[in-house]
Write a protein that binds this ligand. Sequence first.
Ligand code: OXD
Ligand code: MN
Length: 589
Amino acid sequence: MNAKMQIFIKDMEELLLPKKTYVMDGTQNEAYNLVELAMKSKFDGRFILHELNQTKFPNSYYHRSNPNDVARTEHLTFVCTKSKNFAGLNNNWMHPNLAREKMINLFKGAMQGRTMYVIPFVMGNPDSPYSKNGVQVTDSLYVALSMRIMTRVGNVAIQHIESSNDFFRGIHSVGDVNPNRRFIMHFPESNMVMSFGSGYGGNALLGKKCFSLRIGSYMGLKQNWLAEHMIIIGVQCPNGNILYFLGAFPSACGKTNLALLEPIFKDYKIWTLGDDIAWIHIGSNGKLYAINPEAGFFGVAPGTSIKTNPTMMKTLTNNKFFPTLFTNTAINNIDNTPWWEGMSNIIPQNITDWNGNNVNSNIVSPLAHPNSRFTVSMYNCPTLSKEYNNPHGVPISGIIFGGRRSDTLPLVYEANGWSNGVFLASILGSETTAAASGKIGCVRRDPMAMLPFCGYNMGDYFKHWLNIGKQLQDPPKIFMVNWFRKDQQGNFMWPGYRENFRILKWMIDRIHGNVSAKETAIGLLPIQNTIDTNDLQIDPEVLSKLLLINKDEWRKELMMIEEFYKPFGNTIPNELLTHLNLLKRKLEK
Ligand code: OXD
Ligand code: MN
């Protein structure tokens, strides 16, 4: 084992005082043994895992969290850079010395009587020049097992760390799962995260949001690449050509459904490369290339069904990779299977809700927590792209940005080039969801869907995006989408899910230059008959409303955008202010 890694483990043993240290090797046997152990061991008064119906959901296990620990806690998440301005208004900030001291005090002796799992991991294919190493220590067996699914863990990582002699350090303890003693502290300048008091995915699987996005975005700034909250998909056209897209949506807005979409048109196919994170580099030919650093899906369960996402249902019932985890769903006691709202129309007769209560006579919705999740390997996915492990990534033809908006935003529109696209992405707004704790359903600006994940200030982040565009030979087209517009009665106007492919088809037509679009104040909108509505039951009037720009709504939107930009002051690049003024002028006309 690498000498630096040995020192790190020893330092952690001295700080955390575990009863035992276990270094993960990533083997299949290890997975079986750890799952067995998790079914026999209790934490926080509950068994860590329960076996589910192995015929209907092979290799699947159930985990129930502490009810206070079911989502990301953005107010307890900090970026600790020496300069407060560098972290920016978009982050909670603490001086690294103070944060370190605070965390060391929490960590002192925190693993007494527990096992410390040491998780060597690689983000990305180890053969890729873009992959990166990490070592996380944790006292949560659930976290250790989840990391095995979400990243490449064990010997492969130990070897990689040995050859690069460099790795991210992740220090994690669930402590006593007390929200008053919960912090997720990022130290980009020393490539380290300290996380205490939560076992929830986004707070505790440190390879994911913490490293791949917050620390990753910082590395991207320094090294001229982008770490983004994006899916990666390949859309295969009837002639066999595949166009690759990136898609950024705030948490719980359907990214996973889009990443595994079964197109509504039989002669097209979507290949999946990632559902949450993309690391994006400029290739030697001046084109953008993306890899997915992760190895699994940590997806929102409610709303997933044979109808809405048949590919995910196949992924969850595929037994290629051991294990699959379900967290905070309900349990159908009749056949010991996970259940969640939207999985079927009929609520099973005998059900246990996510809190562990048998609720047959007194059903109170929701039975599954709205942010209940599955953790499943990419290798279970029947639409996994052959290019998933391509060390150089895939060349990107289009970037999609989307939000959840009941009004204002049309179904789809296209930016007038890269810099206008960066502007449109910078003003992205979305109604908040259950993926983060806090009020649900209010519009917040979420530039590039990165507000909770950008490890430095948004002004510099926007400059970085503009700067990347200037280096591209053939920049991808940038599109904005909103699947969630509602009518006056509060019903969704667009059917969504598989029908969203119609919009991807329009984008492909635009990329190929097959259809023209309408110049409007906000960007290029589809001419209505260029959206393929073959076999779709939609009233043309509804479609035209979906593509409507309501000036009053946009005036309000402009006010909100100005409100959002204001505190960032002169850190917002002039180029974006020029786009804002232009938009204002066009809307006034
Ligand atoms: C996620 C999130 O878990 O965005 O992917 O919260
Ligand atoms: Mn996400």
